[in-house]
Design a protein around this ligand. Sequence first.
Ligand code: ZN
Ligand code: ZN
Length: 594
Amino acid sequence: MSKIQVMEADLANKIAAGEVVEKTMNVVKELVENSIDAKASTIKIELLDSGVKEIKVVDDGIGMDKEDSVLAFSRHATSKLKKLDDLFNINSLGFRGEALPSIASVSNVLLKTSDGKTGTIVTLKGGEVESVKSGDIKKGTSITVTDLFYNTPVRLKYLKSLYTELANITDYVNKMALSYPNIKFILTNNDKELLNTSGNGDLLKTISNIYGVVVASKMMYIENLNDDYKISGYISYPELTKSNRSSITLLINNRVVRNNEIVKAILESFHTYIPKDRYPYVVLNIEVDPFLVDVNVHPTKMEVKFSKINELISLIYDTISQKLSEKTLIPKAIPTNVEDNYYHNFKGITYEVNDNLYKYSEKETEDLKEETPSKIEEIKFNFDTNSKETEEEEEKNIEDERIKDMYPVGVVHGTYIICENDKGMFIIDQHAAAERINYEKYYHALSTHSKNTIDVLIPYKIELPSNEYLILEKHFDILKNLGFDFEEFGTNTIIIRRHPTWLPKFAPLEAIRKIIDIIVMNEDFNEDKFNEKVSITLACKMSIKAGDAITLPDMTYLIEELRKTKNPFTCPHGRPTIIAYTKYDLEKLFKRAM
Ligand code: ZN
Ligand code: ZN
């Protein structure tokens, strides 16, 4: 007796703490995971008012007999309770038998179930069994939860808006569908169908069911393994992005989990391919021995920790980077299917698809306006191309046919270079292209610690406000490591006598000031990040601007240099450098082809 009271108190505490059923999503999660445990091949989730009024989950699983169907709602549901060890085992869905009584205690429940032999109907109100009847029911389980939180009015206010509740549920069901492509998921709200997956086991088909055909057509399969991990799944072409990270689904042994380090590794590998604050579509499954995973046992979050995380991160990073580097990633100006591309209107929910294809976080708008003297020569003459390393790289790059030969025919708005070849017409953003070229050159010079330096004829005097000078003083070593030769000169002033050769020749002083700015502003002196920041800043400031005049030979040179870059498709801010109208697109536009 006392034991029961302790458990009930525990349950009451759990509800009070809002750990189990604080959101309608958690109720859906519990019911859906029960259906998966019951080996269902179809799971139908029907909501009324985002589940606040009613949640009904119907499956065709193994069902329950009469005894289990009552026990399922009791805290002593031994048949449903898993061993504590199971909670740590990533293969188990965990928490079965714990949340069901909690859900029942704050709602009205109607359970109809059949194991194929006996059909049982159980009704509960506020956690108390009201009736148990036999009935003619087909195999499987149907649970209807109505008036959630009816007896705890205070809790209702914790429910977010109906829209947010529905968005959470949709996100969750989408991710379950991605974890279980062999189960058919149907989700409706107020009779409107939000999701209906094929359940045929094909992950790409499920991606298409969830995100639409356009997204599915722009996904690339990846697969790789090392001693401890096997990864597989799909990543999107960089042109396809979303404004939040819900487009990234992480699975471990086919189970949805969260892990920030892995998301970071994925974003790192897409770095400079996509704009800041945009996210690729990724569905990544990691197969691993459960012993290498530590699951944070919280019923609503699936935070995981890995042993050998670094091995996993480099496996993911290398695999994605490799994939991105081997594909031609020129976005087509005319989407394959125009109707589908504006909005993928998925029966009531408009998914962000192509409307953001060309929407970029415009950090760059200012630099487009700002007119700094810039020359295409910067690209031509600024780098020591005699080193052996560069020669080798050039040879490698010449073979690279990701951007085919193309010939400039002119320039539009002083900004967009029009090119052609037998495949079609291409438009190159002259600033974005030059910026990519310069970025990679600066980055290469910085990360290989290129020590070629040059004397300046008249030493540069740089004076700083005293607060900035104090910070710079602490980081003189950074300037020295970059190859600057300088000395302190009076108050808050340094005098520079030698600088690295990779500095832009036409505006070295401006470049030095930029570098000092970055040193002074940056708190974090991770070398790689610093090099990148310097490279992006200099590339942006020192590259030909939109509106700057450019000659045909310079255009040809620009295209040639762009072809040699590691990632010719985006500028370091993630904007596209080049877009394509295929010959067929043009023929279609002029109705020469249908
Ligand atoms: Zn720029
Ligand atoms: Zn840019």
